[in-house]
Design a protein around this ligand. Structure first.
Ligand SMILES: Nc1ncnc2c1ncn2[C@@H]1O[C@H](COP(=O)(O)OP(=O)(O)O)[C@@H](O)[C@H]1O
Ligand SMILES: O=C(O)[C@@H](COP(=O)(O)O)OP(=O)(O)O
Length: 300
């Protein structure tokens, strides 16, 4: 057996070399799990050939890097950058927003897998907790959806589009919870992805956004028909309880909230991604993250 050693606060610990763990860390630029497992097996063979029974994590990373350079320098470059990112002292906070149905929860899951992050929280869940604490009488808007919150605004403004006004009032309340999650993650040093319809550029305090490793993405779907199809797809899953009819009835309002997202993203410099193809979306996100936090340009 090959042992991999590490240090935590001066204490050494060791764990057995695992091809599964190694291949997950190698599946970095969508080389596919089969290829990643093959590479992990090649690296294991190299360790056995060299008769290494104990190896430190850093030595192992160097061996992996040298192996990847001979196989594909682009993959090697990405592996190196992601390692730098993972070794960063500050936690990484990734915010993924967009109107209902554009794919924030699916992309958060994919990105977490790609970056090997363990924490994802949906703003729908934060809203659900807030609904238990804040009564319908006190804040009727958060007891509605983001696209029909306008129906419960007590005194609508005459100057603004009512759907956008409802959306702003609704998202603004949930952002109190989002900020609390960000503050707690920073305090604990936990990297996290926060996703959902309430992650709107310009709604989180400037101070939090500027002084930490935070990056925000705004997903959208340019093509109306494709956006509709995403709801068909989601609601066709047997476990989904939310009704397709509801989203179709409110589709125009949902599109209006998307227009608002895009306007805000342009003002506040959030990365706008037209979420058509999963790998393209994830590659764009990973590139932006590496550029911002490790200073590496696109290595796709
Ligand atoms: N890039 C994509 N390609 C294909 N299907 C996608 C993509 N992104 C999301 N989907 C699908 O679209 C549906 C809606 O996505 P979901 O993540 O539930 O949206 P949101 O959380 O933004 O409301 C889901 O069935 C999801 O699997
Ligand atoms: O408020 C909203 O726009 C949606 C957000 O959820 P996603 O569609 O983004 O999952 O929640 P709903 O009230 O429809 O359950």
């Amino acid at each position: 057996m090959i042992w991999v050693t590490s240090n935590v606060d001066g204490e050494e610990y060791k764990e057995p070399f695992s091809k599964g763990i190694m291949s997950r860390s190698l599946n970095i630029s969508y080389i596919g799990s089969k290829r990643a497992y093959e590479l992990a097996s090649e690296i294991e063979e190299e360790l056995i050939k060299k008769d290494m029974s104990v190896i430190s994590r850093d030595e192992l990373a160097d061996i992996v890097l040298n192996h990847l350079i001979t196989v594909d320098p682009k993959i090697a470059e990405k592996y190196k950058s992601l390692r730098l990112l993972r070794n960063s002292k500050k936690p990484l906070i990734i915010l993924i927003g967009g109107s209902s149905g554009v794919g924030t929860s699916s992309m958060a899951f994919e990105l977490a897998n790609r970056l090997r992050l363990k924490n994802i929280i949906s703003t729908d869940m934060i809203r659900e907790v807030m609904r238990k604490i804040v009564s319908k009488d006190l804040s009727p808007v958060i007891h509605k959806s983001s696209y029909d919150a306008y129906e419960s605004i007590r005194t609508p403004s005459l100057k603004m589009d009512k759907i956008v006004e409802g959306f702003i009032t609704h998202a603004d309340v949930v952002n109190v919870g989002i900020e609390a999650i960000i503050e707690r993650s920073i305090k604990e040093g936990i990297s996290i992805i926060i996703e959902g319809v309430h992650v709107v550029p310009g709604f989180i305090s400037k101070d939090l956004m500027e002084n930490n490793n935070i990056i925000m993405f705004t997903l959208m779907i340019d093509d109306e028909e494709l956006h509709k199809q995403r709801f068909y797809l989601r609601c066709s899953q047997p476990w989904v309880k939310r009704s397709l009819e509801n989203y179709m009835e409110n589709f125009e309002s949902i599109r209006k909230t998307q227009d608002f997202f895009v306007e805000q993203a342009k003002i506040y410099d959030s990365h706008i991604i037209n979420n058509i193809e999963i790998n393209e979306t994830i590659n764009q996100m990973v590139s932006a993250i590496l550029e911002k936090f490790v200073g590496v340009n696109d290595v796709r």
